[in-house]
Design a protein around this ligand. Sequence first.
Ligand SMILES: NC(=O)C1=CN([C@@H]2O[C@H](COP(=O)(O)OP(=O)(O)OC[C@H]3O[C@@H](n4cnc5c(N)ncnc54)[C@H](OP(=O)(O)O)[C@@H]3O)[C@@H](O)[C@H]2O)C=CC1
Ligand SMILES: O=C(CO)COP(=O)(O)O
Length: 359
Amino acid sequence: MATFSHENRGSSISSERIKVAVLGAGNMGTALAHALAGNGHEVVLWDFFPEVVEDIQNRRENRRFLPDVRLHEMVRATMSAVECVMGARLVVVSVPSPFVASTLGPIMLGLENHAVLLNVAKGFAPGTRHSLLSMLERLAPTHACVQMAGPAIANEFARGTPASVVLATADELVARRVADWLSGPCFITETTTDVTGASLGGILKNVYAILLGCLDVLGKDSRNVEAAALTASVREMARIAEACGGQALTLYGLAGMGDLVATGLSQDSHNRKFGKALASGKLTSAIEAEIKLLPEGARAVAAVCALAHEADVPAPLAGWVRRTVEGTPPSWEGLLNELRAATRAASGTPPQPVGDDFR
Ligand SMILES: NC(=O)C1=CN([C@@H]2O[C@H](COP(=O)(O)OP(=O)(O)OC[C@H]3O[C@@H](n4cnc5c(N)ncnc54)[C@H](OP(=O)(O)O)[C@@H]3O)[C@@H](O)[C@H]2O)C=CC1
Ligand SMILES: O=C(CO)COP(=O)(O)O
């Protein structure tokens, strides 16, 4: 079993300056590009949409995805993905999970031999119950691949308040190198070799952030219920991750609990906002028509429930989120019933690992 290690790297900026490629100028990619340029790296940001690239190049702002942040002068935007990755030591993959494979395909031949791939998307590989990191490793077998986890609301760290993130990969030295490149005013970093736990933390917290968003609307402004739901969610997450071969400790740390607190309580969270919309009476299809791309938690919840079911882990809260996403009107009483069931389940025997369903 992999070991978990912490290393708080403080706020000192890495002395090594590199070229960084960031694929995807959405909210997260733009914020990351800005933060990494602030560390002194040369950053090239790729996006699919000409208006986004032009905005960044001409106005030093991404008005669509990160308004009111004047982007660092060391950030350059391009529509050529191959040009973006050429010469880059670090390639950050920052598109939503459905687009990771199609974004990586065309750039594979342009990658430097020693380039490290850092995935920040928090979802399953589309149509599977496997991690995006395992998909990246299959697409780029000769490159080191790292998963970022932990609470990192882009709108916040882009404005200079630091985010504490976890860099997860099997090779501790690679994780430390990436941590070093990121460490600075915007990022406090730690590393782990518990890739399963960290990857699942990022996926699972999105599902439970939907629940916390629903609770915001259904609840009676009760901190007691909110705290109970948050705690029960973290326990459910830890049991699912443990059954899949991850470490419960990882889920009780930044990659699980930390990210759920940030996502589940932030007004900026895509998943929490989605939960609020569902509890206000909107159907998933209507929300999808409005925002085009559903948040990661909505796409992941069915696979999360299937993983829990196969591992024989009771997951009443994830089940409630799934039914809600699928159209059952959410109610305060229904949620409290599942909270009671989750509390009973949490006092049961810990699950046994079920093998390699999630890698
Ligand atoms: N935002 C955050 O605070 C954080 C986000 N993440 C993760 O980062 C990932 C990206 O999220 P985020 O930046 O917030 O997403 P956004 O919703 O801000 O941006 C998504 C981007 O993907 C684009 N896109 C749509 N279709 C395609 C396509 N075919 N190929 C490539 N790109 C496409 C969107 O364009 P369009 O909308 O025009 O279709 C948009 O530019 C997610 O997995 C999320 O979980 C992780 C940590 C923090
Ligand atoms: O992962 C995030 C913060 O760590 C952002 O989550 P959302 O996708 O819900 O905005």
